[in-house]
Design a protein around this ligand. Sequence first.
Ligand code: FE
Length: 202
Amino acid sequence: MKNKQALFKLSYGLFILTARDGDRDNGCITNTCMQVAEGPVRIACAINKNNLTHDMVLETGVFNVSILSEEAQFDTFKHWGFQTGHEVDKMVEVEYSRADNGVVYFTDQVDAYLCAKVVQSIDLGSHTLFIAEVTDGDVVSDVAPATYAYYFAHIKPKPAKPKVKGWICKICGYIYEGDPLPEDFICPLCKHPASDFEPLEG
Ligand code: FE
């Protein structure tokens, strides 16, 4: 590929995707969710296989999508995106609502939510693509929805002036002090690979 940065020009929204398996609720952040058909209404969402939410959706076939607005805080991304339900219970001290399908959704920092039932799962390697029927949904705010570009420009904290040579994670702003960045480096905060880092500009 001539320039991998081309992929960063794709536009996306940002979503908290939630699921429930038994009495365990969990959720994760995804940027890959879109409506792909209207008769019947179908959405497609890709979830990273490392996420507990992935296994829960695969198991139960039911999930909700809370569409994040421009009011979404970086802490919200940290909470739902940069830690895993395999290690922590993300539901502790969190305010939520529960839809008729039994799955959690959110109304704070959110524009709307959709309830979905999986009709097809496609193994894509790192991710599974879930094609789902929309069973319910509602609008909860008229604030503009957050795009991934908006997240990069306005939500992700700006790095302080670097004192050392290093690399910064484009996804979450984590700074690796040192040069070069090891090729197999994985961001300790958001778990993205070395290819999502860029050199710090001094
Ligand atoms: Fe990161």
